[in-house]
Design a protein around this ligand. Structure first.
Ligand code: WT7
Length: 660
């Protein structure tokens, strides 16, 4: 049996190593418990102390938490600070100033390094370039960039002048870009001519051009283009400038603009269960505080560490653990442009060896695909590289199955490195439930216990606590500094989505979870709404359905569900009713391809359905509701146990059985 196909439950417990525990910032469970008790006893004092110790304030705050307008909590709100100053300037005049901030490895393997001092100069120059184009505090800047030092510089430069950035992952389509530009009201777009991924040159600027040619994007006055490759791209006169032009003659000194702690640092779009993506708004002070603290706590960061988070800056993981956390903590980090399978599936291991990486943080989907690759090709197995520099491993984005955990622990970590399975969300800003490497005994498949100050719990639909061992709804009972502040431009949706009345003011994560009877450890059982997790990326089923039915010449109706997939966690399965007769064979395959390409254009290639099934109609109840549970069973290939006697057209079950 393949390592990833088996579903064995792993009951072994992995206590933290003695040496690691001894030297850890949070050393042993008693230290963890003491922090939890402190946070519990007097949250204001606890968070106030942390905010004073971990951040530099231009104007000290006098109030910690303002709960006068729940659930619109405010933290440290009469204080002022600048996020970029807290990531860069704070290190100047300390030994960190000449430390390498970023080791950048390009897709082709070329390596560039910048020190903190150099990074500050680059960010300042970029910030001056933005200012020269009239961009100022409160403006929104959309960033559509490849994984590069320049991407981080653009984010930091926005923060430096108090502009709110909204990064869109380079895999999203022109249509998705247009929607976000309109929703956030961007005045400028920062992009690159192309991005390099897996040896291929993929257009970015052309996608921006397409988005800006669509209606509603008139707010965008400037486009700044990083010349990532020598290939030319078109530049609109008056609107577009290359980075060379933008930075020409700009000083590399720029005073950071102090903003209120609640000033929106960024808006990041994520999928919800209904409607269009939500612009998750984070505040400067609380967000940055937790980014810094979780670097120290979850990764037990030491001055000598070489930290590597493989996430793209287009996702929250790339915000908190690439663009902000490592810099605020003064770490040396690796930024990687490429993909884990190019030139072959040994790339991650080769890079860990090459850069002597000590803390490695990646997603289960990547681990599973690399396990698969190493099963068929010995040469890409991690054993071919020297990975002894590693001391801590991390996992993020989706549940990690015990088999993948054990493989990661054994073959990557040499049975020496704790695996921190970090549970969190775009909305939580940083880790909320996670082991601590020098304290928590690990159980594969469990994200273990909440961090100090995080009041995570499992409740039923009436907000009552459920006993350990029974599953329920994951909530966080008290506010914490890095929580989402609102949905950009839609406070009502914010309230409804995260603080539904039945839950008595608790924050609703949207996941199901269960705590084990013995230790009270949390295990996340998956989303309880119509959100799928495909390769660690959140996709709303409704969003994909809307995209499909927008193909009005072909599609009459569509329903999308998830099914388990042993590499991507979940896979997208679309059930489609066409406006024409039921297609068969090659014709059906051809239409399925058209639909996939269409979804890639509407949202992005990551939203392409893996399975497409056609039927003359969809299974519905008498009241006309689509029987989604039945569709999920069909998608999984399970025996149908639901009552199908009420189906108008029972033969559609046979039709819907065929996958294209
Ligand atoms: C959703 C959040 C966390 C940053 C990257 C994804 C799932 C995330 C875990 C984990 C089980 C996890 C949840 C969550 N998730 N981490 N360690 N174990 N599930 O951020 O796109 O906002 O997605 O990812 O379902 O709600 P996101």
């Amino acid at each position: 049996m393949s390592a990833i196909e088996s579903v064995l439950v792993e009951n072994r417990v992995f206590p933290p190593g003695e040496a690691l525990t001894k030297a850890a910032r949070i050393s042993g469970m008693s230290a963890y418990e003491a922090l939890c008790a402190e946070a519990d006893k007097n949250p204001d004092e606890f968070w106030g102390r942390q905010a004073r110790e971990n951040l530099l304030w231009s104007k000290p705050f006098t109030r910690v938490l303002d709960e006068s307008n729940k659930p619109f909590y405010k933290w440290f709100d009469d204080g002022q600070l600048n996020a970029s100053a807290n990531c860069l300037d704070r290190h100047i005049g300390t030994p960190v100033e000449n430390k390498t901030a970023i080791i950048f490895e390009a897709d082709d393997g070329a390596v560039t390094k910048v020190t903190y001092k150099e990074l500050l100069a680059r960010v300042s120059r970029f910030a001056n370039g933005l200012k020269a184009h009239g961009i100022q505090k409160g403006d929104r800047v959309l960033i559509y960039m490849p994984m590069t030092i320049e991407g981080v510089v653009a984010m930091q430069a926005c923060a430096r002048i108090g502009a709110t950035h909204s990064v869109v992952f380079g895999g999203f389509s022109a249509k998705a870009l247009q929607e976000r530009i309109i929703d956030v009201g961007a005045v400028a777009v920062v992009t690159a001519n192309y991005q390099m991924r897996g040896g291929k040159e993929l257009p970015l600027k052309a996608v921006v051009d397409e988005a800006l040619s669509m209606p509603g994007c008139e707010s965008v006055k400037s486009v700044f283009v990083y010349e990532r490759t020598p290939t030319a791209c078109t530049l609109a006169v008056g609107r577009d400038k290359t980075f060379t032009e933008l930075l020409q003659g700009q000083s590399d000194e720029c005073a950071p603009v102090a903003v209120d702690a609640e000033h929106p640092l960024f808006v990041l779009y994520t999928s919800g269960s209904t409607g269009k993506p939500k612009g998750v708004q984070h505040a400067t002070g609380g967000y940055l505080l937790w980014a810094k603290m979780t670097m120290d706590w979850t990764f037990d960061l030491k001055d000598s560490d070489i930290f590597w988070c493989t996430a793209d800056i287009g996702w929250i993981t790339g915000h908190t653990y690439v663009a902000y956390g490592p810099l605020a903590a003064g770490a040396t980090q690796i930024v990687f442009e490429g993909v884990p399978t190019y030139p072959d599936a040994g790339r991650f291991w080769q890079m860990i060896e090459r850069h002597k990486c000590t803390i490695f943080y990646t997603a289960p989907t990547a681990i599973r695909s690399l396990i698969k690759a190493s099963e068929t090709n010995e040469k890409v197995h991690p054993k071919n590289w020297d990975l002894t520099s590693l001391r801590i491993l991390g996992s993020v984005g989706e549940p990690i199955n015990p088999e993948a955990w054990i493989w990661y622990h054994k073959h990557v970590g040499g049975e020496r490195c704790p695996v921190v399975d970090t549970f969190w969300q775009t909305e939580t800003g940083g880790h909320v439930i996670t082991p601590l490497p020098g304290a928590t005994p690990l159980v594969p498949g469990s994200c273990t216990l909440p961090l100090p100050g995080i009041a995570a719990a499992i409740v039923d639909e009436a907000a009552n606590d459920v006993p350990n061992g029974s599953g329920g709804i994951l909530v966080i009972k008290k506010p914490w500094p890095s929580m989402i502040r609102t949905i950009w431009g839609d406070p009502e949706r914010f309230k409804k989505s995260y603080f539904p009345e039945e839950l008595k003011g608790y924050y609703l994560a949207g996941d199901g979870a269960v705590r084990d009877a013995e230790r009270g450890y949390f295990r996340i059982t998956g989303r309880i709404d119509d959100v799928l997790n495909v390769s660690g990326h959140r996709m709303g089923t409704m969003e994909i359905e809307s995209a499909l039915v927008a193909k009005t010449d072909l599609v009459a109706e569509a329903a999308v569900v998830g099914r388990p997939d042993d590499t991507t966690g979940e896979a997208i399965c679309a059930f489609v009713v066409l406006k024409r007769s039921l297609p068969q064979g090659d014709e059906a395959r051809e239409i399925a391809k058209q639909l996939r390409d269409w979804v890639a254009k509407e949202i992005g290639p990551i939203a392409k359905p893996k399975d497409i099934r056609f039927g003359e109609n969809l299974p519905k109840t008498r009241s006309g509701k689509i029987m989604r549970r039945l569709l999920r069973s069909l998608a999984k290939g399970e025996a149908i146990t639901q009552d199908t006697s009420t189906l108008e057209n029972p033969q559609i079950l046979t039709q819907l059985d065929q996958t294209y």
